[in-house]
Design a protein around this ligand. Structure first.
Ligand code: AR6
Length: 163
């Protein structure tokens, strides 16, 4: 089941939440900053052992102080003009995150809108890509949650899913 919710992803009681990280995996602003604050400093220690992550790939850590058991860190593309492989890279983020989740027996997982903040990926295009990949994996999870930070984002996902 794909079930969009409006929430702060750090508060969700799911097996795994996904972080929209950067190549260093050492924290930043946006949802990345919120996750590091909520998980505690042990997360930074764990990330330091991962030696970064290429764009489109994913890495896993414990959730530490979060309600979620795991954090899956993925690095979305920064939007340039749509002709620099951005769509494929964003698709890779969703696919690699869901694959890594399956390998760790994750049944419930929540995603923020990867790349749609600081990285400026157009929200409608990003949501179409997210839902396309989530639908491929839907039946291998109990729940896949697009975690929307604004009411507008929630309506966007609801419209795509009902269309
Ligand atoms: N819960 C759910 N969604 C959130 C939360 C939250 N607590 N906070 C923000 N969002 P962004 P990006 C939404 O900028 O575009 C960082 O500095 C937000 O509304 O966090 O992939 C990293 O270190 C937006 O829809 O990630 C990288 O350097 C979405 O999360 C860079 O930003 C993603 O926005 C990554 O940029």
């Amino acid at each position: 089941m794909i079930e969009p919710v409006r929430a702060d992803i750090t508060q969700l009681h799911v097996d795994a939440i996904v972080n929209a990280a950067n190549n260093s995996l050492l924290g930043g602003g946006g949802v990345d900053g919120a996750i590091h604050r909520a998980a505690g400093s042990a997360l930074l220690d764990a990330c330091q052992h991962l030696s970064g992550c290429p764009t489109g790939e994913a890495r896993i850590t414990p959730g530490f102080n979060l309600p979620a058991q795991y954090i899956i860190h993925t690095v979305g593309p920064a939007w340039q003009d749509g002709h620099h492989g951005e769509k494929q890279l964003l698709e890779n983020c969703y696919r690699n995150s869901l694959q890594l989740a399956l390998e760790n027996n994750v049944k419930t997982i929540a995603f923020p809108g990867i790349s749609t903040g600081v990285y400026s990926f157009p929200k409608d295009k990003a949501a179409e890509i997210a839902v396309k990949v989530m639908r491929e994996f839907e039946y291998r999870f109990e729940k896949i949650i697009p975690c929307c930070f604004s009411e507008g984002d929630l309506v966007l996902y609801q419209n795509i899913l009902s269309g």
